[in-house]
Design a protein around this ligand. Sequence first.
Ligand code: ADP
Ligand code: MG
Length: 235
Amino acid sequence: MIETRGLTHRYGDADATAVRDVSLAIPDGEFLVLAGANGSGKSTLVRHFNGLLTPDEGDVEVDGTPVGDDLVAARTRVGMVFQEPRDCFVAATVARDVAFGPENLGLARTEIDRRVADALAAVGLADRGDERIDRLSGGEQERVAIAGALAMEPGHLVLDEPFAGLDEPARESVVAHLRALHREGTGVVLVTHDLRDVLDPADRLVVLADGEVAVDAPPTEAVERLDGLAVRRPD
Ligand code: ADP
Ligand code: MG
């Protein structure tokens, strides 16, 4: 469970508040889509889920423990995939990159190898471990980034605009893999303003506007309330 209570975030001493008084409980295994206009506070909010940012007011807990009290636990439970995976790769080849997180946990080699194999299989990249990341397509690189997060065996996988720069088939492939992960029990928090294909697997849609929760409802109900929120409605 990820839980925020009265979470407020300001950057520097800007008057503008990026996230304002957000209280959100995300149960284990939930598929939550987080939408909202550019600048509505989506990235700021999710960066609190594993302690990349510290609240100005309110608090954030993962499994009942304040994130700031145990950053390692929060980062193990909540896997993060950022917008530009290219900037986040640490190794030249697929398997070495995916192994990086588990290696830093100090796990035994056999356990690392098992996790890398499982994570690559989960994103359809089994047997591609020896390939160079820079030779892969954008969609494949996105899936490597997801595998890197999965290798930590997180309870929740948070993806911040994972479709940016992907063509349609790549996007569909990433969505299909997220659906499968969710079916197998991983919680998914998907940040996107493009709701095509993602509402069907989603349990819940939260829309931010100016840093506040404007809509928080099951998808079928939430889509009726998107007017003025700069969210692309599914066709
Ligand atoms: P979103 O991800 O929904 O586009 P962000 O969380 O990135 O929204 O941004 C929310 C608000 O905070 C915006 O007004 C943005 O300009 C501001 N902001 C984001 N990052 C920073 C930063 N590093 N420094 C100052 N202001 C920021
Ligand atoms: Mg963002």
